[in-house]
Design a protein around this ligand. Sequence first.
Ligand code: GTP
Ligand code: MG
Length: 193
Amino acid sequence: MTSEIVLVGRSNVGKSTLFRLLTGKRVRVGRRPGVTVGPARAVVGNVVYVDMPGYGYMKGAGKKVQEGTKDFIVRRFEEKTEEILLAIQVIDAASFVEIADRWEERGDIPLEVELFEFLTELDLAVVVAANKMDKVKDPDATLDEIAERLGMLPPWSQWKDKIAPISAKAGDIEPLKEIIRSRLPSRGGRSQS
Ligand SMILES: Nc1nc2c(ncn2[C@@H]2O[C@H](COP(=O)(O)OP(=O)(O)OP(=O)(O)O)[C@@H](O)[C@H]2O)c(=O)[nH]1
Ligand SMILES: [Mg+2]
């Protein structure tokens, strides 16, 4: 059975930029939301990395396509739960809190909070890759606010196995790599027994 590490999250948060760094596969990235259409896959060692299309708004796509993509993502996670080694929920740390609060004020559950809860309820190992940290002025305060919105008691530093501050564009992803390493099956473990 293959083990998957799946990148998921809203459009334009930097999933494909991160996917490139993790796999070396040159998928398209772009400034407009909705660049990735179908899931991209790349094999690295014993693991298949999967880059998902954006969850939610996509520029140029109608409501139907957006809802269809959300359904596709939800169903894929439900069907492949057993194969998924790690779900990496990528967020744009620079805009996450503002967007979440806007949804809350409207009386809606923020899309990204809903996605995080969905992944967690599937009993998946989930890590939040707080991307675009290069745009964040006060990292600790921002990460505390993100943790809180996702139901994790601040300070965020208690959750270093769940929250990885990164900047994919700058190539700074060490906290995430450390979490990935801790999840990888030990090399040769299965074949030697
Ligand atoms: N400032 C900054 N920009 C970033 C970072 N990571 C990605 N970006 C930019 O964010 C934009 C979107 O990047 P993508 O990797 O295409 O995002 P995506 O999540 O795959 O988007 P979709 O495929 O549309 O869902 C691009 O302009 C990237 O250069 C980062 O760490 N910091
Ligand atoms: Mg993409």
